[in-house]
Ligand binder design. Structure first.
Ligand code: 2PG
Ligand code: MG
Length: 435
């Protein structure tokens, strides 16, 4: 190990996320050859629509701050974790993460908390990159890290992010016809603005949902899709050619044991009828990607939908897979999806997240690195997407500082790559083998 990447200190602090809730930030301190401190810093996001198999986000419970404080996780970072990792090599990510996993000793990080382990895992990566004088994506991917991700950007928020006003959680756009990240953002800005204007015209503009998408004042879920197509057109783009639609249905929020209950439309559908309804949307609207169209307990439903539509649409597993390599392999064996959503805090270390991406790639799947609905100004996920060549990035809407910090970081990285940047256009979208 080079002395420059030896861990000298680990600090933690409580900070506040985009919903005003407590979260954890860690700093990993190294010292360079001249003895000058080099610090890596990372913070942890929080989901609202969580998969039941996600690693545990450790909260204090009780009544203060709604039970959401993170003092116990913070104490774990400054206590046990710091003790175990002092003197370790921050450049050995796999070794560090294996120590974190072993130290916790539980399958879902229920002892130390995945928030505690992730903050340190990611801060160590930042510190190692800083010690080499490299941006994080270069440290992770070297010279080969040139694939700039295709962004999935929310226009309307729904589901658990909008008081269940509509059932579908994310109505997003994907600028599949754009020639670069900067152009994709510019086109999305026009669509976002047009969508706001359409809502204002019918007296339905009521601010934004948790991730910055317009509040979903719709009579039916399908009205959200119609409005999105009209917004794309009004912004001057050809729906499906220049700008297409991506949905995160987040169906675990309203589906269980093969039954799907649409609160907005006051009806409950059996799995087959629900799949028929979704297939109808896929026929009538230019949807290129659909996430969690079925509930996390309905692998069979996923497989059924993938057989019917997987050759023409990207089917993304989020709650279904919770960024877990074994779950990815099991779903791939059933042909149940063709893309994995990658959220660092679903597992709690960078190396475990990487393993899930490797499993997805081995299955011929696509991937999307994703933020959570509760975020901070941390932009690490943009670097993960680029550094690992994942090809797609989902960060929420085109509004709110914690979202724009990430989109703007993507712009900086694309510009830094210059002529070496390759924009991941529509070819990175997942497709199942037909038949
Ligand atoms: C999701 C995310 C982001 P949450 O379901 O993909 O939209 O939501 O962080 O609440 O799980
Ligand atoms: Mg999701």
């Amino acid at each position: 190990m080079s002395a420059a990447t030896r861990i000298r200190a680990i600090h933690a602090r409580r900070i506040w996320d985009s919903r005003g809730r407590p979260t954890l930030e860690a700093e990993v301190v190294l010292a360079d050859a001249a003895g000058v401190a080099v610090t890596g810093r990372a913070s942890v996001p929080a989901g609202a629509s969580r998969g039941t198999r996600e690693a545990l986000e450790l909260r204090d419970g009780g009544t203060r701050l709604g039970g959401l404080d993170v003092q116990r996780a913070l104490a774990h970072v400054e206590g046990e974790i710091a003790q175990a990792l002092l003197g370790a090599d921050a450049a050995d990510q796999a070794g560090l993460d294996a120590r974190l996993v072993a130290l916790d000793g539980t399958p879902a990080k229920t002892r130390l908390g995945a928030n505690a382990t992730l903050a340190v895992s990611l801060a160590a990566a930042h510190a190692a990159a800083a010690a080499q004088g490299l941006p994080l994506y270069r440290w992770l991917g070297g010279d080969a890290a040139t694939l700039v991700p295709l962004p999935q950007i929310q226009i309307f928020g729904g589901g658990a992010h909008a008081g269940r006003r509509v059932d579908i959680q994310d109505f997003m756009v994907v600028a599949t016809g754009a020639c670069g990240f900067a152009q994709a953002l510019e086109w999305t800005a026009e669509v976002y603005r047009a969508a706001g204007a359409l809502m204002a015209e019918r007296g339905a503009l009521h601010g934004v949902a948790d991730e910055g998408g317009w509040w979903p004042d719709f009579a039916t879920n399908e009205q959200g899709l119609e409005t999105l197509v009209r917004a794309i057109e009004r912004a001057g783009f050809v729906p499906g050619e220049q700008v297409a639609i991506a949905l995160d249905v987040a169906a675990s929020e309203f589906g269980r044991a093969g039954r799907y209950r649409l609160g907005l439309e006051r009806r409950e559908l059996a799995r087959d009828a629900w799949i028929e309804l979704v297939l109808g949307w896929l026929d009538r609207y230019p949807v290129v990607s659909i996430e969690d169209p079925l509930a996390e307990d309905d692998l069979e439903g996923f497989a059924q939908l993938a057989r019917a539509a997987g050759a023409r649409v990207q089917i993304v597993g989020d709650d279904l897979l919770v960024s877990d390599a074994a779950l990815v392999r099991a779903a791939a064996a059933r042909g149940a999806a063709n893309c994995v959503l990658l959220k660092p805090n679903q597992r709690g270390t960078l190396s475990e997240l990487r393993t899930a991406w490797d499993a997805a790639r081995a299955a011929g799947w696509a991937g999307i690195v994703s933020a959570r609905s509760g975020e901070t100004e941390d932009t690490s996920i943009v670097h993960l997407a680029l550094g690992w060549g994942v090809g797609q990035l989902k960060v929420g809407a085109f509004a709110r500082g914690e979202r724009m910090a990430k989109w703007n970081e993507g712009l900086r990285l694309e510009q830094a790559l210059g002529a070496r940047a390759r924009f991941a256009g529509r070819s990175v979208l997942g497709r199942s083998a037909a038949g």
